[in-house]
Design a protein around this ligand. Sequence first.
Ligand SMILES: Cc1ncc(COP(=O)(O)O)c(C=O)c1O
Length: 381
Amino acid sequence: MPLFDVYPLYDVTPVSGKDVHVYDDKGTEYLDLYGGHAVISIGHAHKNYVDAVSQQVARLGFYSNAVQNPLQHALADKLETLSGCTAYELFLCSSGAEANENALKLASFKTGRSRVVAFRNGFHGRTSAAVAVTDNKNIIAPINAQQEVTILDLNDVEGTKAELEKGDVCAVIVEFIQGVGGLDQGSTAFFEEVDALCKANGTLFIADEVQSGYGRSGKFFAFQHYNVTPDIISIAKGMGNGFPIGGVLIHPDIEAKYGMLGTTFGGNHLACAAGLAVLETIEEENLIANANAMSAYFMEVAKSIPEVKKIKGKGLMLGLEFDFEVGDLRKTLIYKHHIFTGGASNKKVLRILPPLTLTKAHIDQFFEALKLALAPVNTTV
Ligand SMILES: Cc1ncc(COP(=O)(O)O)c(C=O)c1O
């Protein structure tokens, strides 16, 4: 049976990984500065993770949410400690889109309203409501288009105010650093005004931390760079280091009711073991401090490359903007220099989303390769 052909593929077949590297079927080593869309947080095949997942699957891989599961409580407690988000409750699911879908449903349940305000060039996933609040017509099917959504420009405080004052908006959903869009960020004043406007108008503030969470921005959550208090925080990607797990942190003002949310796979034993191993490793190896140190070094070196027009993002959620489209550059980096990087909706942005275990040597290797890869691009311009 052929696979449904929805992904353009690079002709590389990774078969194993170790820390910041993956190895293909011919034994070639690749430096992974992309982490498979920001998923690999603690490094490929980390020993703690491999041990935890292997031991758990040998014991009990799965049982449903109809029984006691102490691993869910252990995960929630560790998440509370590391994130500092002490006033929230946790619902576990299996992906970023599902996390946002649940976040939007909760906002609608709580407020009795159905309109959502989201921002241009954002991305929140591909399920029904999540895709409708994503600003890309190509991925919104007619069945999704019936959602009530208003898309505004990032930093449009006046527009947000006007929409929220109409009194029918259940949620404002924000990426504090846009991922898929290309690493753009709203201003501090914008985020703080939106937070205040939500509180003044009975609208819930959803922080989509699916990509920016779990230390990637240099703080546990990207919203923690600002003085804001989201009502709901959605998480996934780095949370499982490759194991499909997501979740929503929910302010206790939103009262749980039986049946309000649910999932078969969310929060299963294996997922929780993976999630716990990730949090323990982030703590034990001081990976957030490392993300900050490596970010500073990366930015310093990036400044010395004249072709780099803008350095975007925070922590190890970074983008290098050029004045040309980076598709060919990414191919050269992969095929010639064996380095994985990412693209974005903004075609001039090279996305850098490495494991948080990155070292200076990896950064040096990348910039040496980038300089070589840029040389032929320059001569053809
Ligand atoms: C900010 C953000 N939200 C949501 C999603 C959707 O996550 P998933 O692909 O796990 O459904 C993504 C995926 O790239 C994302 O970057």
